[in-house]
Design a protein around this ligand. Sequence first.
Ligand SMILES: [Zn+2]
Length: 240
Amino acid sequence: MTSRHLLKNRRWTCRRLRARSIAIGALVLVSCGDDSGPAEIVAPHRAEIGLRVRVHLLSSQFEPLNTELTEDEVRTVFGRVNAIWQQAVIRWDIESIVREEALNADSFAAILRGDLQPSDRVIASVLPRDNLLTGDWDVFLILSFGGLTGGIYFPVIPAALSAELDIDGRRELTRATARILAHELGHSLSLPHVPCTEAGNLMSPGCRGADRTKLTESQVEAARRQALAGHPYTGARRLQ
Ligand SMILES: [Zn+2]
């Protein structure tokens, strides 16, 4: 078989193959193009990951640090947080709800008055550390950040700090309160901030996109990797 023959045969074979693949393609197109609409993109099957979280409700003489959320309200908030995280098939299981006295309220008050520069170190200093769920997740809740922010994640502890009232002082437990907490838990799963898009994203703060709770496929993958590691994100990479 000379190369010319091979070539001829190959050309012939290719022509037949192309014809066949066009035929097959047309078949597929026909089948996809029928009246039931485009082929459904099936998300890969993902096993549900349950993560244990201890909820710390802070009390204080200084009102912004004093939350009056009831246990039922905390469960309502987590119901919505779990609805948001269902897209990653991750479920937050409340291990316990504890009430604790906030520390260093004077420094926090000075920050809210504008007398002290806000810093992670000073804000983190209000969190009592003697009852952490080591190795798992800890969420601290206060009343308000006085309009400074909605929440903060501290990889060094690690713990999330979120507020009952949103940045505008509104109390919407199944809306802003849950969304902001879901965002901080996104940081605990190693997700950084992403730019604001029309589509919206859980990890773009203040972004009024279409869906402010949405996660992309790559965010879901990254969050599940951290969840499967079995502990909150403690890396040095700045997430906020
Ligand atoms: Zn953030």
